[in-house]
Design a protein around this ligand. Structure first.
Ligand code: ZN
Length: 76
């Protein structure tokens, strides 16, 4: 009854889309880490050819940089 079903998805490679040339690569290289204020962040990948054009992975790329709160501007 429980015959093993050939799972074709198990053969999938961890492909990613290159952020530079937008081509799918099966050898993705992390070129940046994106963090959000809420929820998990994600990584940006590039293909090996494009990865050499990126600078070293920065610490954090903030899509939503935290603003300075009121009263911290020394106006008071
Ligand atoms: Zn690329």
């Amino acid at each position: 009854m429980s015959e093993p079903i050939p799972n074709s998805t198990s053969a999938r490679k961890p492909v990613r889309m290159c952020v530079r040339c937008h081509r799918i690569t099966d050898a993705p290289v992390v070129v940046a880490e994106v963090h959000q204020n809420s929820g998990p962040g994600w990584n940006m990948y590039a293909c090996p050819q494009c990865a050499s054009h990126f600078p070293p992975v920065p610490d954090v790329i903030d899509l939503f940089p935290s603003r300075r709160g009121p009263g911290e501007d020394g106006a008071g």
